[in-house]
Ligand binder design. Structure first.
Ligand code: GLN
Length: 276
């Protein structure tokens, strides 16, 4: 089989299985498996593919057919232009979350920052790499997630402190900035999620309880001991949670509470400053 035929086989297989964007998925796995960029592929698409590589490609295609997300198959993704390893113990970093990082970067200079529910570490590690923060602490309830975050910190050559903690339970200090993308999918909406998310991403990182707001409530409720007066809190939120999360923050003593949108124009961030 030529390389071109192998790629076509991958596309057809995914198409028949009803995988969204079969062309893109087949190409991405192909380029990973054969170590080929677009330009080089066009030069050598008529060459015979090695049997061993064809078998490996078929395995990757089978995995994608069973709705495993691309990122988990190749174990890596990009966030803020930086490389991140991922596995089924951590949420796959989303592009929407980059808006949150960009907001925090605006005021991060010289600050001590806590990334709560860090998962892969994408938020805190990007801040440590791209900002001029004084320190970054990453925390998560899952030891496996924290181990992944640690590897990502090493790969991106940033110094961070890792703390395994159920929200604030084992956090010993206070911070200038707390940022969090906590689980926020209302439990009742679980069944409506795409199979890639529902069957493969960690429920622990997604399920925000009955109304989806359990973690916001809990974090805001205890914020006084962990966010310094005048410090800032940044949350990623679901598109319809802005009003409620803002209300909770105002009630808990935050000023300048603002809801900001993502690139799709949906409410995505709530931020505010803790009263001095
Ligand atoms: N902080 C990580 C992210 O934004 C994980 C979030 C989570 O597990 N809820 O991707």
């Amino acid at each position: 089989m030529t390389l071109e035929e192998v790629l076509r086989m991958g596309k057809e297989c995914l198409q028949q299985a009803g995988i969204p964007e079969p062309d893109w998925n087949a190409w991405y796995l192909f380029s990973y498996c054969f170590h080929l960029e677009r330009g080089r592929y066009f030069l050598c698409s008529g060459e015979t593919a090695a049997e061993e590589n064809i078998r490996f490609y078929e395995e990757l295609i089978q995995k994608r057919k069973s709705r495993i997300p691309l990122e988990y198959i190749i174990h890596e993704t990009e966030f803020m232009g930086l490389p991140f390893q991922v596995n089924e113990q951590v949420l796959i970093p989303r592009q929407d979350t980059e808006c949150l990082v960009e907001e925090v970067l605006k005021i991060s200079e010289g600050k001590e920052i806590l990334d709560l529910c860090t998962g892969s570490g994408c938020i805190g590690i990007s801040l440590a790499k791209l900002g001029k923060c004084k320190s970054v602490t990453l925390s998560d309830i899952s030891g496996e997630a924290l181990a992944t975050a640690g590897e990502n910190a090493r790969e991106n050559q940033v110094e961070v402190r890792l703390i395994q903690s159920d929200l604030f339970e084992s956090i010993p200090d206070s911070f200038d900035i707390i940022v969090s993308n906590p689980p926020y999918i209302p439990s009742g909406e679980w069944e409506k999620l795409m199979p890639e998310v529902r069957e493969h991403e960690p429920k622990l990182a997604l399920d925000g309880g009955g109304d989806g707001l359990v973690f916001y409530r809990s974090i805001i409720g205890k914020i006084g001991c962990f966010l310094r007066p005048g410090g800032s809190l940044f949350f990623e939120i679901g598109w319809n949670q802005g009003v409620e999360v803002s209300r909770m923050m105002v009630q808990a003593g935050f000023d300048h509470v603002e809801v900001k949108k993502d690139l799709a124009g949906l409410d995505r961030i709530v931020q505010g400053q803790y009263r001095k």
